[in-house]
Write a protein that binds this ligand. Structure first.
Ligand code: HEM
Ligand code: HEM
Length: 174
């Protein structure tokens, strides 16, 4: 049977990850401006970003598995093209949420620097490889911008439904 609202677990993950993702994006952009000096400040914020990034990677894997496994949520009553657009945008959000931690991790593996998970040094998986690091960093950077754009569209779509069309959208994700 189809439900017309999201279950508790999906709702909790949606809002928890919304906060963590926005914080992680802001941190990623801010830390790039830190000076490359001997204070170690830049490296320690990079480690904070990598640690939370890996937590987010685990959370998205869990969220994706749950989204595929849980009972289906009925679509909003709206024209088919709008419905397809919403489904497409949600799938793209999932894809970008997956690509972000993966590209960040792969780039860091090939950077030659050790990866620490909240202070715990992880085993070194590969030697430094500049080409692979640059490719993964490029994916990380472009996916970040695509994610920011899509989140903005997502919030605009939410405002359109909730405020302009006065549909009880928030009740579905609460
Ligand atoms: C203030 C910010 C946000 C608001 C108000 C919001 C609101 C919502 C609402 C109301 C829904 C349910 C749509 C429906 O009824 O079908 C939804 C779904 C969704 N949201 Fe957000 N959201 C926000 C931020 C985010 C962020 C940061 C992300 C992550 C990139 C995100 C990813 C998703 C995804 C993937 C779905 C689809 C869930 C599914 O069908 O599996 N949202 N959002
Ligand atoms: C959902 C998870 C993540 C988000 C949203 C995120 C977001 C960002 C953003 C917005 C930036 C700055 C833009 C740029 O790349 O130029 C950045 C940079 C960076 N991120 Fe992430 N990140 C995530 C996960 C990770 C993970 C898991 C790692 C490594 C284990 C990582 C490592 C890095 C590094 C090293 C940089 C500096 C630029 C570079 O060398 O590519 N990130 N991240």
């Amino acid at each position: 049977m189809q439900r017309n609202r999201y279950d508790r677990f999906s709702v909790t993950l949606h809002w928890l990850m919304a906060v963590l993702l926005l914080g992680q994006i802001a941190l990623g952009m801010w830390m790039l401006g830190l000076p490359k000096d001997a204070s170690g400040l830049r490296a320690s914020w990079f480690n904070v970003h990598k640690s939370w990034g890996m937590v987010l990677g685990l959370l998205i894997a869990l969220r994706l598995a749950w989204a595929l496994w849980r009972p289906r949520v009925a679509a909003l009553p709206q024209p088919r093209p709008m419905q397809l657009l919403a489904t497409g945008a949600h799938r793209l959000l999932y894809l970008l949420m997956l690509l972000m931690p993966l590209s960040g991790f792969v780039g860091s593996v090939f950077s030659g620097y050790p990866i620490r998970f909240f202070g715990l040094r992880l085993p070194q998986l590969a030697e430094r490889w500049d080409g692979a690091k640059e490719l993964a960093s490029g994916v990380h950077q472009w996916s970040a911008w695509a994610l920011v754009l899509l989140i903005a569209l997502h919030v605009l779509a939410f405002v359109h439904h909730q405020v302009i069309r006065k549909e009880p959208l928030l009740q579905r994700m609460r």
